[in-house]
Design a protein around this ligand. Sequence first.
Ligand code: ADP
Ligand code: GLC
Length: 476
Amino acid sequence: MTRQALSVASECVPLVKTGGLADVVGALPGAMAGQGWALRTLLPGYPAVLKQTGQGTIVWSDDDLFGGPASLRAMQAAGLDLLILDAPHLYSREGQIYLDTNGRDWPDNPKRYAALSWVAAAIADGALPDWRPEIVHVHDWQAALTPTYLRMRNAQTPTLLTVHNVAFHGNAPAEWLEALRLPADRFTAVGFEFYGQISALKAGLVDATAISTVSPTYARELLDPSFGMGLDGVIATRASVLHGVLNGIDTAIWDPATDPLIKPYKTPRGKARNRAALIETFGLEAGAEDGPLCIVVSRLSDQKGLDILAEAVPRLLEAGGMLALLGSGDPVLEARFQDLADAYPRVGVRIGYSEPLSHQMFAGADAVLVPSRFEPCGLTQLYGLRYGAVPVVARTGGLADTVIDANTMALNAGVATGLQFGPVTAEALGHALDHLVALYRQPAVFARMQRNGMAQALGWGPSAAVYADIYAKLTG
Ligand code: ADP
Ligand code: GLC
């Protein structure tokens, strides 16, 4: 018999995406269906989402959901079973989902997502006439108050909180206790108080029945003060229910043999036409003695370590490499890469967000660079593996778990898939890039690495089975 679960998140592919969270939330229902679990996904009714899903059927409503009327619309769309929280006072806005048109966080973000969590708790506690989940799987701070609201209702539905990034806490000033409908007596160090503020993520870490994160290494790192972002102590108290479950990728969407956005190929050699197209798209000055064409597809934020890449770019170019970057975010980093593109004809930069271009970049690239300071899982190194773009990654989090470093042993054994480096400094990255170029100049060795990556199992199967085990344990 199929069992029922509610998945709650702030973004979900293909409807709305700012990062890897959306890829994972969008892929989980398909992955879990194979494990006998039907996932319904609860999302905020941003205008772009409602436009794609249509109006559906109203299954619940409330005259005053954190300051305005709200309804819950049920529909099947984009291959997903959806519950969309239509609350115009919270979600119907210009700008990005988290940011206003000036790029600043919406000041009421804590309230916008508290409302989402409030409704998730209501659903889990029987608010819908004909459907009730056995478990609620909540993602990141935006859904992390769900377990707390369930606890306030004395509801027994088990919850799993998946931490995709511990850097984002969803903090609100203490004065917002009432506005967020939270009990003052739990605004303490053992509750959801965090340095004088209300922390949605901490609430979830304390109250969820179990916690997971998106790679085994990041699960260990979360217990370490240098990665825990102040929450390592709290997480340590929950270590017995903490799981590290590696993300998969959607191997149907990300398949170089069938991808409609590229010139399809099955072997590293087949990448050549895509490589030539990419050089043209970015207007790179290429020559016969070219080194590897490296790409970055990323949010431009401190997490991603791209400032050290900017420092290492001259070294990459000297060795013969090229760089094409697609990203947006921090204006300082945007300007810095734009300057590099202006200064060097072998560097191309696109500031913006483009799903099709990202596919073309993985298809055309020889290498993908991911020099993150921390990386809970990381998906671009996985897309790189699948598309024969050799990943060069910082040895941290999910990057360490998914890339086999081309050290002498691994090369001799013929199992290497990429390069790892550490610490995250321009010097260590530069060294790895020199190594990359040297490997690239040995075509047989390089092609072997590409083939290894392309053959790696990157789908959701094994991790879906682990989630199913966790769901089964939690639901008894
Ligand atoms: P994070 O979620 O921390 O941003 P991940 O590597 O897990 O990092 O996921 C990032 C996702 O967003 C990937 O699917 C990546 O391809 C995509 N992405 C990031 N920046 C861009 C961009 N500028 N254009 C297109 N896709 C992007
Ligand atoms: C977060 C992390 C990233 C991870 C993604 C999906 O955005 O930064 O490492 O891959 O979530 O879990």
